[in-house]
Design a protein around this ligand. Structure first.
Ligand SMILES: [Fe+2]
Ligand SMILES: [Fe+2]
Length: 363
C-alpha cells in the first residue's frame, strides 16, 4: 500500500479528510510523520513555580523481605483482588525478615528548599511494620524531627499496606501532623487513621490522627507551595485499593523532578500527564521512587517499551527502587539509562538502585 502511495493520493486524502485520514490511508504512524503533519497538540500546562534545591532520602524501600511469602499470603487469601484489610499477613518465622516478620515498608524523607530559603520537610508514606519503621525513622533522624514537629506535613501516596499500615510509627511521634491523602481511600483507611485496628491483617493503630487532613483529587495539579505539587491519579489498584498521588517538584535551573511511591498509575502515564499538565513537562530532569515495573521479578517483553520511554522524556537521573524490581534496574543499566546506584545497606539487598539510607540531592 505504501508503495502505491502517490502525491495525487495524498492530495485526494487532504480533500476528503484530515491529516489523520491521510496517515491511516498511508498506513503510516511514525512519530516523524505525526510531528510534521498533525496539528500541534494543545497543552494545558500549569506553572507550579520553582524551588532552589531538593534532597530525597530513602528511609525504607524494602516493603517485604521474601516475595514468595508475600505472594503465598495473597494467594492463600484468594488472590490479588482481595481486600488488604482481611489478609493475615505473615509477621513471624521468616528467616530473611526483620525480627522474623516479612513486613517492612516504604517511606521517603524529602527536604525542598523554597526560593526564599525556607526548607519544607516532607514525610512521604509511613511504611508497614511499625517496629521496622520506627527503627528506620530513628536511624535517619526522622523520628526526632517528627517529635519536634519540624516536619511540615505527611503525604500518603496510596492506601497500600506497605505505605500505610505502619501509621502508628509516625503518629506515636507526631499525632497531629498535617496530612494529604489521595481521593479513593476506603472507609477502612479513614477508620485506621482514626485509631481503629484490623487485627486479622495485623494492622494495628492505637493512636488517632488528630491533625488536619486534606483529600486531593485528580481534577487539577495541586500546588502545595511554589515549586511543590501533587498529582492524583484515579486508578484501581490490586488488593482493593483506589487512587495514587505523586510529587512534581520544579528545581530551578534543573527542571522537573518526579517523586513516586509505587507508581500504580504507570510510569508512562505519569510522565505523559506531567508533560501535558505541568509547565516544563516536555523534559523531565529526574525520577525517584518505585516505578512498579517488575515488583515480583518477572519479565514480559512489553516492559522493554517502558524502559525505552525514559529517553523520550529526556530523563537525566533515575533514583528508582522499591517495586521497580531488580530485573528492571538491570535492564535499565544495560540500556545505558542514568540509574543511580545505591549502597545496599539497612536490609536493601542490592546496590543496583537507591536503597535504605541512600540520598538523591538536586541543586
Ligand atoms: Fe509499594
Ligand atoms: Fe502499592
Amino acid at each position: 500500500m505504501e508503495k502505491d502511495f502517490t502525491r495525487r493520493t495524498f492530495i485526494k486524502g487532504m480533500a476528503v479528510g484530515t491529516m489523520a485520514g491521510y496517515l491511516g490511508a498511508a498506513g503510516l504512524s511514525s512519530t516523524v510523520f505525526k510531528n510534521q503533519l498533525l496539528p500541534q497538540e494543545k497543552l494545558n500546562q500549569v506553572d507550579i513555580g520553582e524551588i532552589k534545591a531538593l534532597k530525597i532520602k530513602v528511609v525504607s524501600e524494602t516493603s517485604w523481605y521474601d516475595n514468595n511469602v508475600f505472594l503465598n499470603d495473597v494467594k492463600g487469601a484468594g488472590g490479588l483482588l482481595v481486600n488488604q484489610y482481611t489478609i493475615p499477613w505473615t509477621c513471624a518465622g521468616v528467616a530473611a525478615g526483620y525480627q522474623g516478620s516479612n513486613l517492612g515498608g516504604f517511606s521517603t524523607y524529602i527536604e525542598a528548599t523554597l526560593m526564599d530559603g525556607k526548607v519544607m520537610k516532607i514525610h512521604f508514606d509511613t511504611g508497614w511494620n511499625p517496629a521496622w519503621m520506627e527503627k528506620r525513622f530513628r536511624e535517619e533522624g526522622v523520628a526526632e524531627k517528627l517529635a519536634k514537629k519540624e516536619i511540615d506535613f505527611m503525604v500518603l501516596s496510596h492506601e497500600h499496606i506497605d505505605h500505610f499500615f505502619g501509621l502508628e510509627a509516625t503518629l506515636k511521634f507526631y499525632p497531629d501532623i498535617p496530612l494529604y491523602v489521595p481521593k479513593g481511600f476506603y472507609q477502612e483507611g479513614f477508620d485506621f487513621l482514626k485509631g481503629k485496628s484490623f487485627p486479622a491483617a495485623n494492622a494495628i493503630n492505637n493512636i488517632p490522627h488528630r491533625g488536619k487532613m486534606t483529600v486531593l483529587d485528580s481534577s487539577k495539579v495541586n500546588i502545595l507551595y511554589p515549586g511543590i505539587a501533587l498529582m492524583t491519579f484515579d486508578v484501581p489498584i490490586i488488593l482493593r485499593v483506589f487512587g495514587e498521588q505523586a510529587f512534581v517538584f520544579n528545581v530551578k535551573d534543573k527542571g522537573l523532578v518526579l517523586v513516586t511511591g509505587c507508581c500504580h498509575q504507570g510510569i508512562i502515564s505519569y510522565m505523559e500527564e506531567v508533560r501535558k499538565k505541568v509547565k516544563g513537562g516536555e523534559k523531565i530532569y529526574a525520577i525517584e521512587g518505585g516505578l512498579h515495573i517488575s515488583p515480583f521479578e518477572d519479565w514480559d517483553p512489553q516492559y522493554d517499551d517502558l524502559i525505552m520511554a525514559f529517553n523520550k522524556y529526556g530523563v537525566q537521573k533515575i533514583g528508582c527502587n522499591h517495586c521497580t524490581g531488580f530485573i528492571t534496574a538491570e535492564k535499565m543499566h544495560k540500556a545505558g539509562l542514568p540509574v543511580i546506584k545505591g549502597t545496599a545497606r539497612n536490609m536493601t539487598k542490592r546496590d543496583i538502585y537507591l536503597g535504605n539510607g541512600d540520598e538523591l540531592a538536586i541543586a
